[in-house]
Design a protein around this ligand. Structure first.
Ligand SMILES: [Zn+2]
Length: 222
C-alpha cells in the first residue's frame, strides 16, 4: 500500500499541468490553485491557507494517464470524505526572521465557519484512519516542494467534508467559507469560478465569470 500510494502521489507532482475533464467543464488547475489559496493581509505576518477540496485532487490525479484509474478512483473515494487545508501562520521578528506557529497551536486555534454559519473543528490526528495519516505523510513533502521554503512550515488540517451525507463546504454553491487561524480570517467566496462554465453577456457576448449573476457593464441578467 505504502509504495503504491507514494508512486501514485509522486506522479501527481509531475502532472500539475494536466487538465481534468470535469462533468461541468475542464478545470484549469492554475486557476483553481489561485482560487483555493488565501494569504493574510497583515504586513507583519506571513500567513497562508490552502484549501484542498476533492475537486483539487480530481483535477490533479483524476485523468492523469500515467496513473492507474482503479487506484486513482480508490484514492479519490477516500479523499472525498475530507476537506484538507495546508495552513501557515508566522510573524516576522525585528531581525526579519519569521517565526511560525507550531502544529499543535495551529490545530487548537483553527476552525472553519461553514457557509451555513456553523463552526467546524479539524479532526484530531489520533482519530484519523491510518490510511489518511499515510496520505498526508506522502503529500506533505510534495506540497512542501511546490511551495518552497514555506512548505516546510505548513500544518495539515483535516476536516470531515460531509455530515448526514450533505457536503459542508460545497464549492459549487453560493456562499462563503471562512477559516479562522489564531484570530486571523481567511475567506473563500463560493462558488469557485474555476469550476464553473464561463458566462457570456447577452449584449456584447463578453466572457464573464461563471458565478456572476449580472453583467457588470450592462447590468444584463446572465
Ligand atoms: Zn455586458
Amino acid at each position: 500500500m505504502r509504495v503504491t500510494l507514494a508512486v501514485l502521489l509522486l506522479s501527481v507532482s509531475f502532472s500539475l499541468q494536466a487538465q481534468y475533464q470535469k462533468k461541468v467543464k475542464p478545470v484549469e488547475l492554475s486557476e483553481l490553485t489561485d482560487e483555493i489559496q488565501r494569504s493574510g493581509g497583515n504586513p507583519d505576518s506571513i500567513s497562508l491557507s490552502l484549501w484542498l477540496p476533492i475537486e483539487f485532487w480530481e483535477s490533479v490525479i483524476g485523468q492523469n494517464p500515467d496513473i492507474d484509474q482503479a487506484a486513482a478512483n480508490e484514492l479519490l473515494g477516500k479523499l472525498e470524505q475530507y476537506d484538507m487545508f495546508a495552513v501557515l501562520k508566522g510573524s516576522v521578528g525585528a531581525n526579519g526572521t519569521p517565526t511560525y506557529l507550531n502544529e499543535e497551536t495551529i490545530f487548537k486555534k483553527t476552525y472553519l465557519i461553514l457557509p451555513g454559519g456553523n463552526k467546524h473543528k479539524p479532526i484530531e490526528e489520533s482519530k484519523l484512519s491510518a490510511e489518511v495519516v499515510e496520505i498526508i505523510s506522502v503529500m506533505k513533502p510534495i506540497l512542501s516542494n511546490m511551495l518552497g521554503n514555506l512548505g516546510e512550515s505548513m500544518t495539515f488540517l483535516i476536516f470531515e467534508s460531509h455530515q448526514n451525507n450533505k457536503r459542508l463546504a460545497d464549492p459549487y454553491q453560493d456562499g462563503s467559507l471562512k477559516m479562522i487561524v489564531s484570530g486571523e480570517k481567511f475567506e473563500w467566496r463560493l462558488p469557485l469560478n474555476s469550476l464553473l462554465e464561463e458566462k457570456h453577456c447577452p449584449i456584447d457576448k463578453e466572457t464573464l465569470k461563471g458565478s456572476w449573476k449580472f453583467c457588470p457593464h450592462h447590468g444584463a441578467k446572465l
